[in-house]
Write a protein that binds this ligand. Sequence first.
Ligand code: PGA
Length: 252
Amino acid sequence: MKKHFYANFKMNKTFKEIEDYCKNFIQTVKINDKNEIALFVPYVSLKETKHLFKNENILIGAQNVHFADNGAYTGEISAIMLKECETDVVLIGHSERRKFFKETDEDINKKIKQMMKYNVKVVLCIGETRDERQMLKTKQVITNQLKKALNGLYENEFKNIIIAYEPIWAIGTGEVATNKIIEEAINLIREILASLYNSALSNNTPILYGGSVTQENCKSLNKIKNLNGFLIGGASLNPKDFSFIINSCFKE
Ligand code: PGA
């Protein structure tokens, strides 16, 4: 399976800044088809960023989508609009969307189904809060989030599903999860996928880790068995740092 290196820019970088980023990034990053690189940029830069990277094997992603086809949803963006911008992949259910915009597991399920209609890849983000971990509820939370988000999805749609395990206490905090915690979460996610579908689907679904991945810790995280890559926020904002992470964990 490919190694995934996904950069979540969040609400950072104007298009001008993305252009500068691109120049630097292309000079330093290694690219081949055993690795998959994606940049999740703000909506307004999707189309231009896609053009900027048109000769490179780099995916361009959106950070959200609305679950309706169209309608009176002021400020929202639909799946067909993302398709028109040539979006390759969409983040769904990021913890910041769940927390600040009150997205529920049911909304997330509808959003995933919406992207499946257009045959666009999604990255489903799941993960527990610190309190939930301390109260020994991690297993229950992950199981619940995963089952609700995937409810009603067909087996053949999993060619477009990637799962990111992002413990909320590790996002943007500098407190990276231990390899043991990540391994346990991945095993649990694979067990659930095998019980909902089958073991081939479970083994073939990419699972990424996100939460304070840096140049310093990426090599150690890269040793985790069964892990297929990283979703990186803060450390992806600097093209040299992001390239360093990719080049250190790159599959030759
Ligand atoms: P972080 O963010 O790398 O800054 O912790 C990860 C994410 O939010 O996807």
